[in-house]
Design a protein around this ligand. Structure first.
Ligand code: DX5
Ligand code: ZN
Length: 222
């Protein structure tokens, strides 16, 4: 049986009361948290860094936190800072470094989960020689940089192709989709083969986090 995970993206949370908002989404049934890091260079937006992650840990947030690095170039220092702050997974874009393999190894060596994030137009071929070092493949279904964008329907085909690729390999790899997920496209994303759903505005803009997560979960195919 597939393990399905609902991963709320805190980019859409209320930053004036982040600890409380994140606690509420966890009580409502979030499995993992998604932590978007933007540098105003790789993507045209600026967000949060290791200090905020550490504050969430100090506040008592104890579920896994997956960091999505949208920074260029990525570097050792920042990765180590996120590890120290309490990241349990770190994902980055292959375009953000010349040394994809080295950074996957660095993250793994620290007992942290690794992920590669593919932009909508990034080819699956970048996965070929590093599949055995990846815990999650994240397919962007919007161009990275902002929450609240519209899901790109052409990514459904990419999800299907990536699912085949994963199933034809012996490694245990999750397939996540990030961007524009809502009640109307969730079923198609699931049917196409995703098992991790990174969802920002559709969860945090809802008036009742429990109901919205429950509704998403009830559409999963077991
Ligand atoms: C976009 C981010 C996403 C975003 C998802 O660059 O990587 O994680 O927060 O938010 P929604 O679900 O609102 O598209
Ligand atoms: Zn993200």
């Amino acid at each position: 049986m597939k393990e399905y995970l609902i991963e709320p993206s805190i980019l859409a949370a209320d930053f004036s009361k982040l600890g409380e908002d994140v606690s509420n989404v966890i009580s409502a049934g979030a499995d993992v948290l998604h932590f978007d890091v933007m540098d105003n260079h790789y993507v045209p937006n600026l967000s949060i860094g290791p200090m905020v992650l550490k504050s969430l840990r100090n506040y008592g947030i104890d579920i896994p936190i997956n960091v999505h690095l949208m920074i260029k170039p990525i570097n050792d220092r920042l990765i180590l800072d996120f590890l120290e702050a309490g990241a349990t997974g770190i994902s980055f874009h292959p375009e953000s470094t010349d040394h994809v393999d080295r950074f996957l190894q660095l993250i793994k060596e620290h007992g942290c989960k690794t992920g590669l994030v593919l932009n909508p137009s990034t080819d699956l071929s970048c996965l070929e020689y590093v599949m055995h070092k990846i815990d999650v493949i994240i397919l962007m279904s919007v161009n990275p940089g902002f929450g609240g964008q519209i899901f790109l329907p052409e990514i459904l085909r990419k999800i299907t192709q990536t699912r085949k690729l994963i199933d034809n390999n012996p490694y245990d790899i999750n397939l996540a989709v990030d961007g524009g997920i809502n009640m109307s496209n969730f079923c198609k994303i699931c049917e196409s083969g995703a098992n991790v759903f990174i969802i920002g505005s559709a969860i945090f803009n809802a008036s009742n986090y429990h109901d919205v997560i429950y509704n998403f979960r009830s559409m999963l195919l077991y």
